[in-house]
Design a protein around this ligand. Structure first.
Ligand code: DGT
Ligand code: CA
Ligand code: CA
Ligand code: ZN
Length: 570
């Protein structure tokens, strides 16, 4: 699958064009890149099946960009991109990874200080050269150094939401081989951690050579890192993938070992030893006798534990809970009846209300909240009160056609610096549901941010706090909050906290969502979709909820509409 590669190239083209002060084109390339990286289908398949015409149906992809996609699929290169890269000898991608650094700063730094890469940038910031540039100061320098440290820590871990379709694609390719018997995704991917280092896959087969030959030669393999009869590693769509062949008699213990986490496994092994056993990826042994290994459940049982869902295996109390038969009954995708955050063309989405609604109905949802931006967010094309009215009519008309589906008119309103909501109270009152979020002043301190969110919670107009910490995975650390105060106020005012399911947000994260659950605060899941392609991210929100030990009752999207409305008092 070349989706991410192509999206990355378009992001880079946009950045370089912006550095060259080309207008409009960067916006177009970024829009296309965003659509392409969110596609669940392989872009090459789309092209093979429907040609250029089908490519042009992807939001943001017109004739010009479609041709570039085809050029890349056919030749592995885009000439214009190669030319652009040569015109500026700077590692754009590397520098763009630093929060707060955009094309404008990159070109300025290059022209004035000859900064070409991360190393140069760090050196310049450390030696006080940045602060001497126009409109930069000590503070900028300090922020750059902090952001570099964050970018280094984040490293090259991949976003789960973009890696999962790739893992599934590889599995479905392998499954087509008749030599492959059992197959299982392991590691952080199956534990649904928000980012993953690499994808781990286990198979059983009678013909390891055939399987490994196929795996290392599949279409889409960019590089073979290692090849052997029991373990091979490839790079596929920019992600490292490990494949291991194991004996069917050890499949269960191998799954147990390779699902991890390491921390979980360490405790399990200790329990085995305390019972006079030995646990390894080859099985559970008493002396030389194997007493379990074929099947994972059997291993847990022999250790006196209930089987533990993969998402919980982080040594965060799951082993004690399994011992006492007190594991939570985790919420499941099938329990989810609604998606509580999405955008349409009324603000910055790609699709119409009707297109979003039809796609949600197809996904089996029972109700949704359309939550276009209102307030001061000029960049996100916030709705005017007139547009809110127009949308209301459109929604009412659609609703009148449905029996088993309901659209709630909502909105996502900004929380201003002083904590007030950036919208007319009258407009807020007429909406069915109101989400509030911080979109500006993201660097303010813990006290100030807590105060802003508290005042939104206590305003009496807000039902859900959207992406509560403002973090962007691998890009931006969220602001800090005084959780105790936030939870207390949310509970008291009947306000839910969102698990934003957009792949780069996942905000609240697993840890905060678990704390919210324990404080008995309502949680909502919203995909924050800006196109129909994004609706599939709903499952990522469910994974966060599961990693947060949430049961059905903790997530308001599981309530039938009537009870949902009652619960929120709307
Ligand atoms: P990642 O890839 O960094 O996102 O994280 P994982 O959890 O997928 O880790 P990975 O790919 O290094 O190894 C896969 C699993 O193998 C891991 O979850 C647990 C198991 N494992 C790896 N190394 C060790 C180890 O040193 N001790 C134990 N007990 N288990 C290990
Ligand atoms: Ca892994
Ligand atoms: Ca691995
Ligand atoms: Zn938006």
């Amino acid at each position: 699958m070349k989706n991410q590669e192509i999206a990355n190239i378009f992001y880079s083209i946009a950045d370089i064009l912006e550095m060259k002060e080309v207008e409009w084109k960067p916006i177009a390339y970024r829009k296309a890149a965003r659509s392409i990286e969110s596609l669940s289908k392989d872009i090459e398949e789309i092209y093979k099946q429907g040609g250029q015409k089908e490519l042009e149906k992807i939001p943001g992809v017109g004739e010009g960009i479609a041709k570039k996609i085809i050029e890349y699929l056919n030749t592995g290169k885009i000439k214009e991109y190669e030319k652009l890269k040569k015109s500026i000898p700077v590692k754009v991608e590397e520098l763009m990874n630093v929060e707060g650094i955009g094309p404008k700063k990159i070109i300025l730094f290059y022209k004035k200080l000859k900064i070409k890469n991360l190393k140069d940038l760090e050196k310049a910031a450390k030696s006080g050269k940045i602060r001497k540039l126009p409109r930069m100061g000590e503070k900028t320098e300090e922020n750059i150094l902090k952001a570099i440290a964050f970018a280094k820590r984040a490293g090259k871990r991949k976003i789960l939401g973009y890696a999962l379709p790739i893992a599934n694609e590889i599995v479905s390719k392998l499954k087509k081989l008749k030599e492959v018997n059992q197959i299982q995704i392991c590691g952080s991917t199956v534990r649904k951690k928000e980012t993953i280092g690499d994808i781990d896959i286990l198979v059983t087969t009678k013909n390891p050579k055939k399987v490994m030959d196929y795996f290392t030669n599949m279409e889409g393999v960019e590089r073979i890192v290692a090849k052997g009869p029991t373990k091979s590693t490839i790079v596929y769509n920019s992600i490292e993938v490990d494949l291991r062949v194991v004996n069917p008699n050890s499949f269960g213990s191998a799954v147990q070992y390779f699902v991890g986490s390491k921390e979980h496994n360490v405790v399990l092994r200790r329990i085995a030893i305390s019972k006079g056993y030995k646990l390894s990826e080859y099985g559970l042994f008493k002396g030389n006798k194997k007493i379990a290994g074929k099947n994972e459940k059997e291993i847990y049982k022999r250790l006196g534990l209930k089987w533990i869902p993969y998402e919980l295996r982080e040594n965060r109390g799951e082993i004690e809970a399994a011992k006492k038969n007190k594991l939570p009954k985790l919420v499941e995708m099938e329990d989810i009846l609604s998606d509580l955050q999405m955008h349409t063309r009324y603000s910055d989405g790609n699709n119409t209300v009707e297109e979003m609604v039809n796609a949600c109905k197809k996904r089996g949802l029972k109700y949704i909240a359309i939550t276009d931006h209102i307030g001061q967010l000029a960049v996100a094309g916030a709705m005017t009160s007139k547009e809110v009215k127009k949308q209301r009519k459109e929604i009412e008309k659609l609703n009148s056609k449905f029996k088993n589906f309901k659209i709630l008119q909502g909105a996502e309103v900004d929380i201003k610096l002083n904590g007030s909501l950036a919208a007319d109270k009258k407009v807020l009152k007429e909406l069915d549901i109101v989400l509030a979020a911080i979109h500006s002043g993201l660097r303010r301190g813990k006290k100030e941010q807590t105060k802003r969110i508290l005042s939104a919670i206590e305003s009496g107009y807000v039902n859900i706090i959207a992406h509560p910490t403002g973090r962007l995975i691998n890009t931006r650390e969220g602001y800090e909050l005084d959780w105790e105060k936030i939870f207390e106020a949310a509970k008291k005012n009947n306000v839910a906290l969102e698990i934003n399911a957009y792949p780069t947000r996942l905000d609240l994260n697993d840890i905060h969502a678990k704390a919210a659950k324990e404080a008995d605060v309502m949680l909502s899941i919203g995909t924050d979709s800006h196109s129909v392609e994004h609706l599939r991210f709903l499952e990522l929100g469910v994974y966060v909820a599961r990693r947060a030990w949430c049961e059905k009752k903790n997530i308001i999207n599981t309530l039938p509409l009537n009870r949902f409305k009652k619960k929120l008092g709307i």
